[in-house]
Design a protein around this ligand. Structure first.
Ligand code: MN
Ligand code: MN
Length: 296
């Protein structure tokens, strides 16, 4: 584990997240948001670990801007901006919810408080089922619901979801934290919500599945480009259209998806279409406590 690179990536991600939190995004398009936030990450000397997610209202996660995406932020929107920086493949994954309507402040505060309470109990050996219990209790105490089928995750070099899950609810079993990197990300929704997400129709985040050749020369060229630039990490169409024109890029990407060389990830929507807030940190437990790499 390259702790220095985790720390460097974390510092950059945290700085950018705080810029995002302070900024007034009303009237901006999701395209402008994603491009600006990704620019802030690169400006500080890191690469993006994944396309910036700008998921609005009942969309809990996994929406990133299409090329020139015109969707515009309104003053009643609850926007989860989830960003990742990486140094040599060591990832910092962090998120903030921006909200300009006091009516929804409670949801945002509940997500932040659940994350803070979870962080305060972390050290090696702590059971993730207990972390989930704390997150769930914090959210319910405020009269809201956690999203049961979204969770945090272990991280490895060039791998965002490395196999272990950190639940947002109490659940039986689970493992104990070791001295490795994880992300914790409580998602909070309303009392009227189902408390679960379902897959939506839209898919605008992708990642390599296999480097097996497709026998289509142009598609294979795109596959090589993806591997060289993003490795196994997620990418967006926006990141390809700097080299291929949009029509061609969509066509080649569809071939790669069909051949299962590339996987497309659907957006995740709250089943009762209730608003969702999120907060997220990346952390590394130790015997005395925790290093929160994305803490400011
Ligand atoms: Mn994230
Ligand atoms: Mn995450």
């Amino acid at each position: 584990m390259q702790i220095e690179d985790y720390i460097k990536a974390g510092k950059i991600a945290a700085e950018v997240r705080e810029l995002v939190r302070k900024k007034d995004w009303i009237g901006k398009t999701v395209y402008e948001i994603c491009e600006e936030v990704e620019g802030e990450i690169k400006k500080r000397g890191a690469k993006c670990a994944f396309p910036v997610n700008a998921s609005i209202n009942e969309i809990a996660a996994h929406y990133t801007a299409e090329p020139n995406d015109p969707i515009t932020i309104k003053d009643t929107d609850l926007v989860k901006i989830d960003l990742g920086a990486q140094i040599n493949g060591y990832i910092a994954d962090t998120a903030v919810t921006v909200c300009y309507d006091v009516q929804f402040d409670g949801l945002v505060e509940a997500a932040e408080e659940a994350l803070a309470n979870a962080m305060s109990m972390i050290k090696t050996g702590v059971k993730v089922s207990d972390v989930g219990r704390t997150i769930e209790a914090t959210i319910k105490q405020r009269g809201f619901k956690p999203i049961a089928n979204l969770s945090g995750h272990s991280l490895e070099q060039y791998t965002i979801h490395a196999g272990r899950s950190i639940p947002n609810i109490w659940s039986i079993g689970g493992f104990s934290l070791s001295e490795t990197a994880y992300a914790c990300e409580p998602f909070v929704t309303t009392e009227q919500a189902g408390g679960f997400v379902r897959n939506g129709q839209i898919k605008n985040i992708f990642a390599i599945n296999s480097r097996k050749k497709t026998k289509n020369e142009e598609a294979d060229k795109l596959l090589d480009f993806i591997w060289e630039n993003f490795n196994m990490l997620p990418f967006a169409l926006r990141w390809i259209t700097k080299k291929w024109d949009e029509k061609k890029a969509r066509e080649l990407l569809q071939i790669l998806i069909k051949k299962k060389a590339v996987q497309a990830y659907p957006i995740l929507i709250e089943i009762n279409e209730q608003k969702v807030a999120q907060a997220e940190h990346t952390f590394i437990p130790n015997d005395n406590g925790v290093t929160i790499t994305t803490k400011i």
